[in-house]
Write a protein that binds this ligand. Structure first.
Ligand SMILES: [Zn+2]
Ligand SMILES: [Zn+2]
Length: 153
């Protein structure tokens, strides 16, 4: 709890600095979008973020949300992800490395970190002569809730 607040505060400060460097003005609308994004659960699409933002301020337009997420990505605060041809989804870039499990039925995204998989990837890359700089691991399947629901029907 305290940790995520600190991340949000630091993120916010960094965004402000970035705007200044780019000679862009800081607006109340941009601030509201960034705040909602930084406090959210992550893996959010522009569409979903737009929905959340509109509840607080109905005057904020879709294009403003879209552009703000581009700015957040440029300044390294947000990571843009495309899960299996889906629309872009954004998460806070400052978090520790993690991989994703994605439910093909309900779209739920679960984060995980597995040391053995991490080590094996390093090892595989090294064996093939690569110095590993990063990776994206996405596992697709059906989550427990959806499997339970399937059994009930
Ligand atoms: Zn599911
Ligand atoms: Zn994630």
């Amino acid at each position: 709890m305290a940790k995520s607040n600190r991340l949000a505060d630091e993120g916010f400060a960094r965004f402000k600095t970035y705007l200044r460097e780019q000679r862009l003005k800081s607006t109340a609308q941009r601030d509201a979008i960034v705040e909602i994004f930084l406090k959210g659960a992550g893996h959010v699409s522009v569409e979903e973020l737009y929905g959340a933002v509109r509840k607080q301020n109905p005057r904020i337009g879709y294009a403003t949300v879209y552009r703000t997420m581009k700015l957040l990505t440029e300044c390294g605060l947000a990571d843009e992800r495309h899960f299996r041809n889906g629309e872009a989804r954004y998460e806070i870039a400052e978090k520790d490395h993690h991989d994703h499990l994605i439910c093909e039925r309900c779209g739920k995204i679960v984060e995980f970190e597995e040391d053995r998989i991490e080590a094996l990837q390093e090892e595989t890359a090294r064996r093939l002569g690569f110095e590993l700089r990063g990776h994206k691991m996405e596992l697709y399947g059906v989550c427990l809730d959806c499997r339970r629901r399937g059994r009930e029907n």
